[in-house]
Design a protein around this ligand. Sequence first.
Ligand code: A3D
Length: 321
Amino acid sequence: MPRKKIALIGGGQIGGVLAQLAASRQLGDVVMFDIVEDLPQGKTLDVAEAARVDGFDANVTGTNDYKDINGADLVIITAGLPRKPGMSRDDLLTTNAKIMKSVAENVKQYAPNSIVIIISNPLDAMVTLFKKITGFPANRVLGQAGVLDSSRFSTFIAWELGVSVKDINAMVLGGHGDTMVPIVRYANINGIPVMEQLERKYNDKAKAKEVMKNLVERTKMAGGEVVKLLKTGSAFYSPASSAIAMAESILFDEKRVLPVCAYLNGEFGINGYYVGVPAVLGSNGVEKVIEFELDSEERTLLDNSVSAVKTLVADMERLGF
Ligand code: A3D
């Protein structure tokens, strides 16, 4: 049985870590595409030369020719430009939409049966555009944001409570932006409510609420916190790890329930938009969106987040995409 073929579109910061993780975990043969000459060849040569040490057999190659992604089973897209000084939000949206348009046309041509995970920002718009251009079914086009945002939320909770992050389950839904919705009510430590533990720690309900509010705010701003410290570029290790968790669930048909940017057909009362929701990921991509009861506060926050996604998509359409 041949190995799965994984195409990485974009060989920048996240693309490099994706290549290393995909190869070292033997997810399949990796081909990295970038428009910059020699960059994907250089990065993948570097990753491939660790094969003896890391003990993997997968082929890892770089290319500037889309033909080389031919027949890919899984595609992960990070192509795009970061916002530069003086660039407006619309300028960035136009630039990245142009890039996504060319990526989508080529993925449609060379990997027409692939399942596609998009990481490029602005995420909710890029996923929407990719689906529109390729016409791929909704189960085969999804975005990465919720796995990372949830991992950040879980990490901050674990630090606050002094417990292993491995035992924290916490989820962030909604669009990938300031309006994201960390679901506090269901955050737990192996089933034990996080809020109850905060109340016990501080012996004060108001204080516990305030501490949680700060954890939620830090989660929403976590991307910016890393950008501020790095000075150039944005987070790349954790976004790559998050996409690899999604890829593993798809490639190994794990059926994990992960928060992903998925196309909604009435689930959560939302129709025709990509929004972050829990979904079962298996060999058919997004196999099922898992709905659950939201309380009135969560509903308001999710509606607010969906409005932000709608505005972003409308802006992209206004710009001609
Ligand atoms: P970066 O290191 O700049 O890599 C982007 C790569 O895209 C560069 O190597 C470019 O040469 C390449 N590129 C540009 N145009 C094209 C094209 N037409 N075809 C193919 N490749 C092209 O960025 P990065 O890797 O740090 O981030 C990649 C994207 O992910 C950006 O849009 C980030 O904003 C986004 N991002 C998303 C998250 C989420 O959680 C959603 C987190 C962090 C970053």
